[in-house]
Ligand binder design. Sequence first.
Ligand SMILES: NC(=O)c1ccc[n+]([C@@H]2O[C@H](COP(=O)([O-])OP(=O)(O)OC[C@H]3O[C@@H](n4cnc5c(N)ncnc54)[C@H](O)[C@@H]3O)[C@@H](O)[C@H]2O)c1
Ligand SMILES: N[C@H](CO)Cc1c[nH]c[nH+]1
Ligand SMILES: [Zn+2]
Length: 428
Amino acid sequence: MIPLLSTEEFLAKVAPEKTNSYEQQKFLQAASNIIADVQEGGDQAVRSYIEKFDGKAPETFLVSKEERKAAWDKVEDEVIQALQHAADNIRDFHRKQLNNSRMMQADEDVISGQLYRPIDRVGIYVPGGTAVYPSSVLMNAIPAVLAGVEGVYMTTPVKDGEELAPILAVAADIAGVTNIYRVGGVQAIAALAYGTDSIPKVDKIVGPGNAYVAAAKKLVYGDVGIDMIAGPSEVAIIADESANPVFVAADLIAQAEHDTNARAFLMTTSQALADAVNQELVKQCKVLPRKEIATTSLQKKGACIVVGTLAEAFDVANRIAPEHLEIQVKDPLSYLSKVRHAGSVFLGHYTPEALGDYFAGPNHVLPTSGTARFSSGLSVDDFVKKTTYLYYTEEALREAGDDVIRLANQEQLDGHGLAVSKRLEEKE
Ligand SMILES: NC(=O)c1ccc[n+]([C@@H]2O[C@H](COP(=O)([O-])OP(=O)(O)OC[C@H]3O[C@@H](n4cnc5c(N)ncnc54)[C@H](O)[C@@H]3O)[C@@H](O)[C@H]2O)c1
Ligand SMILES: N[C@H](CO)Cc1c[nH]c[nH+]1
Ligand SMILES: [Zn+2]
């Protein structure tokens, strides 16, 4: 089910796709055409792309206040409570990430510091092509609201112009989303980036999505900010002989069922475990509603390797820089220091990644496809900007002046030097 490969084959298969690969170029080209059309045609273009990819377009993109209110009666009380419980955990975790504006230096003659200010308007993309993700509503919106963002505009696709799944409206209310728009895909990213009559232009777009959405975010970056490229889900599991094959298989499937392009990797020191996991995968997939998706992605994108030591497994994991890294070994906490590149880490036999997907507190919007080498999961930091400030008295400038002028001379920027010397001359 999940191909058992040699080290060489494994590394080739897990390597992230290059931006200039044929596949990636195809997504970028498609996204680029749609973005250009939405910039030109606004709402009308958005509507025609919805009709092309998602069936009938909804009458209005904006979900009305009445629809949002009515949604609460359509969701079971226990489900609402579970969402609220998850939201509390996510809020508690993210509140601790908040930074306050602070002074770095506060001497008599020199004051310097850093202001933290929220972004005014953000767009949050909640994927919806093949599943409904209320958890992604919470994960995207809660840190934005905590950071102080005033306009949190959510977009998500609906099929055939149908009403928004009520649970998404409930999650949006719990999280504090300002407006919800029934628009998905590239057209949603373009509308948020450039604005249309009915969808406001935002300053930054966050949230995961499929390869088209990821390509669109890449293309609009610069005109607006983006959080990261969060594409198809991934899990890499490091397991020793103490791991339970039933748990390992379940966790591989949990990511594989997201998408036929989802990636699930197993690195183990035990051949017996690798064999048992494969048997389990077959067994568990049989009864899975999304078995087609899961089996396709496990076969197409999955990979398993038997390594000599756990050190080797960590070396491989750091090369993959996976979105999620599970460490199902004896004494898991002692291995945390070995992790150099991963979006989020799950330690031990009783910490399935699904716990983080829904409930525990850390964010589930995470860098995929090797981008954890240089980027981090969504946090309150994504919704604030830092502005530094500086105050010098005349005396302080006099003391620093010669050094500044010397450096300006080296760059042959005489105007810069004059900005200092003119001030010091006047009093001499
Ligand atoms: N990293 C995370 O935090 C996270 C969380 C949840 C989901 N995910 C991932 O997000 C992805 C969601 O993908 P999805 O497809 O279900 O939903 P999606 O909302 O990202 O994409 C659906 C949209 O894609 C567009 N589309 C479909 N075919 C197209 C085509 N040929 N050309 C242009 N546009 C097209 C349509 O407009 C459609 O509305 C999955 O890969 C899942 O693994 C990631
Ligand atoms: N595993 C996904 C991130 O890759 C997040 C998610 C949402 N719902 C279920 N899972
Ligand atoms: Zn998941």
